[in-house]
Design a protein around this ligand. Structure first.
Ligand code: NAP
Ligand code: F7E
Length: 321
């Protein structure tokens, strides 16, 4: 039985990856941070227990990381833990950099000392491309990095240190450069889930309006379920390499909002207003990924379309609320 170790196991991707790996017959281990309200902390993975082992750990505690990796001795390590909210990275830039940049260095050091024969996956992000777009309107593995947020900058350090450790210490350490991916398990302060939850609250008469930030930025949105399958393929490639994961389609926040409200029989213009608190000091206006390298190397293609993704999220909130 193969063993996987996941940081950020309680997050959106950690939970889908756990389910996917358990389905493949893996024994899955992961760490969560100590929290004063433990009732909600593992809500995304509460329903799976067999072959799942969760212990306390933090990317900022390198000795704890080394101890747990020595004990588990995994075949595959997925570093998914992060302060993953871009706007909030402006509120807490140092914490974001410590967790996402130095935290990645910490887990790499622990990995190098405890289980250097294993494989290492880093959750890199399209936010690293920032304002750089190729002439054809896509971002791909060769597009330069011009990050426009503390989050993006922290992820560029993590990406580079993974490269450095791969080459310097001959480790099987890889980057998946993932574009936005969503699901009903997405934090409700990211725009897709915020819009869907807000629209359903309005539909059910439980809210009167919805406040958003910039509705004119474009994102390449996929489903987390599809993207965790790509992570598993990338880490298990015979050669350590980096791959973009994206749908290749892009939609504006306005178009997404319009679609969600229309599906509920509502006109978003009657309910949505702008609140400057949700604007960012510097905005990333356009993302569209070219994942041809991934698609030609592996048998991967996303199963969910943009509309199926949004429909699943609408159905989830209609039932939950
Ligand atoms: P998420 O839902 O925010 O999950 C992040 C997880 O990391 C949470 O479980 C969080 O725990 C944990 N965490 C935060 N700080 C930690 C620390 N210091 N030590 C240990 N654990 C810590 O994020 P996601 O959407 O699943 O994304 C997974 C990874 O992919 C992240 O690295 C993200 O930056 C990256 N990524 C995401 C996307 C996307 O569109 N979703 C795209 C590209 C890259 P708490 O609940 O205790 O905070
Ligand atoms: O914003 C706009 C906002 O917070 C998307 C993370 O997973 O993907 C994610 O980062 C867009 C932006 O995601 C609101 O200005 C408008 O243009 O859902 P988001 P993100 O910033 O793209 C990347 C790839 C990651 O790696 C990150 O970890 O929507 N927007 N109004 C809003 N965004 C939010 N959150 N809230 C609003 O009210």
């Amino acid at each position: 039985m193969k063993k996987a170790f996941i940081t950020g196991i309680g997050g959106q991707d950690g939970s889908y990856l756990t389910e996917y790996l358990l389905g493949l017959g893996y024994e899955v281990h992961g760490i969560v941070r100590r929290n004063s309200t433990p009732e909600h902390q593992q809500s995304r993975i509460d329903f799976v227990r067999e072959n799942l082992h969760v212990s306390y750990g933090d990317l900022l505690d390198v000795s704890g990381l080394e101890r747990v990796l020595q004990k588990v001795n995994p075949d595959e390590v997925y570093n998914l833990a992060a302060q993953s909210h871009v706007r909030i990275s402006y509120d807490i830039p140092q914490f974001t950099a410590q967790t996402n940049a130095l935290g990645t260095l910490n887990i790499l050091e622990a990995f190098r000392n405890a289980c250097p024969e294993a494989k290492f996956y880093q959750a890199s992000s399209s936010e690293m491309f920032g304002s750089a777009v190729d002439e054809d309107g896509f971002q791909r593995e060769t597009t330069p990095f011009k990050p426009v947020s503390p989050y993006g900058c922290s992820k560029v350090f993590a990406y580079n240190i993974v490269h450095n450790y791969r080459n310097a210490y001959k480790l099987h350490a890889v980057n998946g450069i993932l574009f936005n991916h969503e699901s009903p398990r997405r934090g409700s302060n990211f725009v897709t889930n915020k819009v869907v939850k807000g629209a359903v609250l309005i539909k059910k008469g439980m809210a009167k309006n919805l406040e958003l930030g910039n509705m004119d930025s474009f994102r390449d949105w996929g489903h987390s379920k599809d993207y965790v399958k790509a992570m598993h393929k990338i880490i298990n490639h015979s050669m350590a390499d980096d791959f973009v994961v994206a749908t290749g389609q892009t939609h504006s926040v306005r178009e997404m909002t319009d679609y969600v409200f229309k599906q509920l029989g509502l006109d978003y213009q009657e309910y949505v207003s702008q609140n400057p608190n949700f604007l960012r000091p510097e905005e990333l206006t356009y993302l569209r990924g070219d994942s041809s390298k991934l698609r030609s190397t592996f048998d991967w293609t996303p199963e969910y379309t943009f509309h199926q993704l949004m429909d699943e999220m609408i159905e989830f909130w209609m039932e939950k609320l």
